[in-house]
Write a protein that binds this ligand. Structure first.
Ligand code: JFZ
Length: 619
C-alpha cells in the first residue's frame, strides 16, 4: 500500500512539475540572479491588458525561435583546456577572460556552414513564426555590420559577411518575423558599461550614460534602420539602467519602427510585454501578455559538452502550457561556431512541427483558458467559440471537466477531426457542471492530444476551486486567502505563483474548495527550493484543519517518503512532506486552513509553499 500510494503521489506531482518547470540548471551558477524587470506577477490578477496593436502579430504567433550565437561558440564552454561551468555565452565573465584575449576570438570566427535560408526553414518547419537572434550579447561583440564599433562580425572576422542581413532576407522570403536581442546594459567589452569587473574594477570611473549614448543607442538605431521591418528589440538584464534610459530606448524603437515591440527586460516596467525568468513557466493564470523562454539543452550559447537535451514531450507541453496561460513560447537553439544548429535540437524542432501540423489550431492566436488552475490531465487554451483541451495524460475511456457552464455543441479530436460523444450534467452535491467526453482507447498523440469543444457564447466557469477529475485536490498557494498577522509580513507570491518569504508564523492561508468525490486522502505539502536546487528551508511545524479534522506535521525531507522530488530538470527542486491522512465522507463545499506553529527562517526563505495537495488513497 505504502508504495503504490507513494508512486501515485509521485506521478501526480511529476505531472504538475512536467508542465510547469524545466531547468537550465546552469545559468544560476553562471549569472547572478537578475532583477526581474517587471513587477512580481500576481497570478490571480484577472485584468486584461489594455489593447496594444503592436502585439497583434505576436499573439497570433505564439511560438518563436531564440538564437544565441556569437564568439562564445568558439570556446564552446572550454577555456585553456578547462571546462568552464555555466551557460556558454557567459564564458568571458565566468573565466574572467580579459578583453584583449577575448577579442582574439574574432580572428577565428568564420562560420562557413552558416546558411540563413536553412536556419529559417528549420524554424518554419517547426511551426515557429518569429526569430529572435543575438545581435549583441553581453560580450559586446556585434554580430552584424556596425559603423558604431569596429568590434563586429563584418569588420573584425575573416567571415566579413553580415549574417543578420542574410537572415533578414531569408525571413522576409519565408514570412517569418525577425527580431534582435540586444544587451543594452551589460557590455563586457566597454569600460563604461555594466558587467566587466575584472578588466574595469573601479566602479567610480564608470560613466554608464557615456556607453549608453555612444554605443547602445546608436547600435540599436542601426538595427532599426538597416534590416527592414523587425518584430522586436529584445533587451535583456536591465541591471541599473535608469527609468529614463529604459523609456528612451522604448521610444526610440517605436519611433523608427512603430510596429516593433520591446521586451519586458528593457527594464523599469517599460516594455510592451513581460518575460518571466529563464526556463520558468508560471503556474498561475496569466491574463497579461508574457513570453516563456526555454533552452533546448542547458545552455543558451553553444557548449560542446552539453548533451542534456529536453525530450520533445517536455518542449511540446511547455509550449502548450504557455498558450494555456496566455503566453508565447520562445525556444532557444545555440548554433556552433561553424554556423550549424545542433542536430538534437533540429530533430526536436521537426517533431514539434509534426505536432503543430495536426494541432496548430490549438496554439496560434489562442488565449489562456477560462479556469484559474490547470487540470489534472493537462491545460486549456481558447478562442471565441472554442476550448482546446490539451490532454497530456490520456485517461481511460473518458475525459472529465468540472465547472464549465456553457452548453457544449460538439466535441472532437483535433487529430483527424474525429467526433466524440459527450454528456453534460449537474452534480447536485456540489452544485457544479460536469462534462464527460468519451475517448478512444489510444491517445492520438503521446505528448499532447487535443480535444476541441465548440461552445455557445463566452466561456463561463464555476469560479470556485474544484477537486480535480483525478480525485486529487490541488490547493495552490496563489489561490489561497492570505491572512497576514501584520502589514509588514513579507509573505507574498513569487512570479510562479509560489508563496515566498513566509517567515512570520502568525501568517496563514486558507482555501475554499468543492469536493466532488469524497474519500480518504493523504495530506501533502509541496514546498519549493530556490533556483538551481539551492536554498530550501525545512523543519517548519504546521497544522492543517479540514472538515473538523486536525493534523499536524513537519515540513521536512528526511526519510524515504519525503525525498525531495526532483522536477524533470533540477531548476526548482520540490520537497514533498506527507503530514497525515483525512477522511471526508460527504461531497460538498469545504474549507482547509494551513497555520504554521513554527517557521525556520535562518536564510529568510521560510515556508515556500507550492500547494497543499490532497492525494486520494487508492482502495
Ligand atoms: C539572460 C542572459 O544573461 C543570458 O545569457 C541569456 O541571454 C538569457 C536569455 O537572458 O539571463 C537571465 C535574465 C533574466 C533572468 C534570468 C536569466 N531572470 O529574470 O530570471
Amino acid at each position: 500500500m505504502c508504495c503504490a500510494g507513494k508512486n501515485h503521489m509521485r506521478r501526480l506531482v511529476l505531472q504538475v512539475l512536467l508542465v510547469m518547470v524545466s531547468a537550465a540548471s546552469l545559468w544560476g551558477q553562471a549569472a547572478p540572479a537578475e532583477k526581474q524587470s517587471a513587477p512580481a506577477q500576481q497570478p490571480t490578477k484577472q485584468t486584461k491588458e489594455a489593447p496594444n496593436p503592436r502585439l497583434d502579430w505576436w499573439r497570433q504567433a505564439r511560438f518563436g525561435m531564440f538564437i544565441h550565437w556569437g564568439l562564445y561558440a568558439i570556446p564552446a564552454g572550454e577555456w585553456k583546456g578547462k571546462p568552464i561551468a555555466g551557460i556558454g555565452e557567459w564564458i568571458m565573465n565566468r573565466a574572467k577572460i580579459p578583453v584583449t584575449e577575448y577579442e582574439q576570438l574574432a580572428k577565428q570566427f568564420n562560420p562557413t556552414k552558416f546558411n540563413a535560408d536553412q536556419w529559417v526553414s528549420i524554424a518554419k518547419n517547426a511551426g515557429m513564426k518569429y526569430i529572435v537572434i543575438t545581435s549583441k550579447h553581453h560580450d559586446g561583440f556585434a554580430m552584424y555590420g556596425s559603423k558604431v564599433s569596429p568590434y563586429n562580425v563584418v569588420d573584425a572576422t575573416p567571415f566579413h559577411r553580415d549574417p543578420m542581413k542574410e537572415l533578414a532576407a531569408a525571413c522576409k522570403k519565408a514570412g517569418i518575423r525577425l527580431a534582435f536581442y540586444y544587451s543594452q546594459s551589460q557590455d563586457w567589452h566597454e569600460p563604461d558599461a555594466i558587467g566587466n569587473d575584472w578588466d574595469f574594477p573601479d566602479e567610480s570611473k564608470k560613466d554608464f550614460s557615456h556607453y549608453f549614448e555612444q554605443k547602445a543607442k546608436p547600435q540599436v538605431k542601426e538595427l532599426l534602420t538597416n534590416y527592414g521591418a523587425l518584430g522586436s528589440i529584445w533587451s535583456d538584464t536591465p541591471r541599473s539602467i535608469s527609468k529614463q534610459q529604459s523609456e528612451e530606448l522604448l521610444a526610440m524603437v517605436h519611433q523608427y519602427q512603430p510596429t516593433a515591440l520591446v521586451s519586458g527586460r528593457v527594464g523599469n516596467n517599460a516594455g510592451d510585454y513581460e518575460t518571466v525568468g529563464d526556463n520558468q513557466v508560471a503556474v498561475g493564470p496569466m491574463k497579461r501578455d508574457w513570453e516563456a523562454i526555454s533552452t533546448t539543452n542547458d545552455t543558451w550559447g553553444y557548449k560542446k559538452d552539453d548533451n542534456n537535451w529536453k525530450p520533445t514531450s517536455v518542449l511540446i507541453r511547455q509550449m502548450a502550457h504557455a498558450a494555456g496561460h496566455n503566453g508565447n513560447y520562445l525556444l532557444n537553439v545555440g548554433p556552433t561556431a561553424e554556423g550549424v544548429i545542433p542536430q538534437p535540437a533540429v530533430q526536436a524542432l521537426s517533431e514539434m512541427g509534426q505536432w503543430i501540423k495536426v494541432n496548430g489550431n490549438a496554439l496560434y492566436g489562442t488565449s489562456g483558458g477560462p479556469f484559474n488552475y490547470d487540470q489534472s490531465w493537462g491545460v486549456i487554451s481558447a478562442r471565441p467559440g472554442k476550448l482546446y483541451l490539451h490532454v497530456f495524460d490520456w485517461p481511460q475511456k473518458e475525459l472529465t471537466l468540472y465547472g464549465l457552464k456553457n452548453k457544449v455543441q460538439s466535441a472532437y479530436l483535433l487529430a483527424g477531426n474525429k467526433k466524440l460523444k459527450f454528456n453534460q450534467s449537474m452534480d447536485k452535491n456540489v452544485d457544479t457542471n460536469v462534462l464527460r467526453v468519451s475517448l478512444p482507447a489510444a491517445a492520438p498523440d503521446k505528448n499532447d492530444s487535443v480535444v476541441v469543444l465548440n461552445i455557445a457564447g463566452e466561456p463561463e466557469v464555476d469560479t470556485s476551486l474544484i477537486q480535480q477529475p483525478s480525485g486529487a485536490v490541488d490547493l495552490n498557494a496563489y489561490l489561497g486567502n492570505i491572512h497576514k498577522a501584520d502589514k509588514d509580513s513579507t509573505l507574498r507570491m513569487d512570479t510562479r505563483g509560489v508563496a515566498e518569504h513566509w517567515t512570520n508564523k502568525e501568517d496563514w492561508l486558507d482555501w475554499n474548495f468543492k469536493l466532488v468525490q469524497p474519500g480518504t486522502f493523504d495530506v501533502v505539502l509541496v514546498t519549493s527550493g530556490q533556483k538551481n536546487n539551492h536554498n530550501w528551508e525545512g523543519g517548519h511545524k504546521v497544522g492543517i484543519e479540514v472538515a473538523g479534522q486536525k493534523i499536524a506535521g513537519t515540513v521536512n525531507n528526511d526519510g524515504e517518503e519525503n525525498d525531495p522530488v526532483k522536477p524533470y530538470w533540477n531548476y526548482w527542486n520540490y520537497v514533498i512532506s506527507k503530514l497525515g491522512r483525512v477522511t471526508i465522507e460527504k461531497a460538498g463545499a469545504y474549507q482547509l486552513s494551513l497555520k504554521p506553529d513554527s517557521i525556520v527562517s535562518e536564510q529568510k526563505l521560510g515556508l515556500t509553499l507550492v500547494e497543499v495537495k490532497l492525494v486520494p488513497v487508492q482502495k
